[in-house]
Design a protein around this ligand. Structure first.
Ligand code: HEC
Length: 96
């Protein structure tokens, strides 16, 4: 029982840190200016990202990086956060 509690606590801490990293990576990447602080956009031409499946978000960011998906703004923005796709996607998936 004690061991189960410990594992649960460690998992909670680990997830907490991962999400804090994602929030910082997202804000630090300048994403919030268009997509909103938690991925809910105030501007109709910018998509909402909150609650999106993380695997989908990671794929879009990688496609923007390789040019498989073309959008001049996002091709540049995705390059800035290279290596942080997963943490940002996990943060966004956890938002409502
Ligand atoms: C200057 C405004 C702007 C900034 C800054 C910006 N984006 Fe975007 N983003 C857009 C627009 C516009 C699109 C839609 C592109 C298209 O039509 O394909 C988009 C699309 C996306 C998508 C795809 C959404 C979907 O539903 O397929 C993701 C994911 C994304 N942005 C993440 C980010 C991240 C992460 C950052 C920060 C590194 C960021 N964006 C910064 C404007 C912006």
């Amino acid at each position: 029982m004690k061991r189960i509690l410990l594992v649960a606590t460690v998992a909670t801490f680990t997830m907490g840190f991962a999400q804090a990293d994602g929030a910082a990576d997202y804000a630090g990447g300048g994403c919030a200016s268009c997509h909103g602080a938690i991925g809910v956009s105030a501007i109709p031409t910018y998509p909402n990202l909150a609650g999106q499946n993380a695997a989908y978000t990671v794929k879009q960011l990688k496609d923007f990086q390789t040019g498989a998906r073309k959008d001049p703004t996002m091709n540049a923005m995705a390059a800035i956060i290279a290596g942080k796709e997963q943490s940002i996607a996990d943060f966004l998936a956890a938002q409502k």
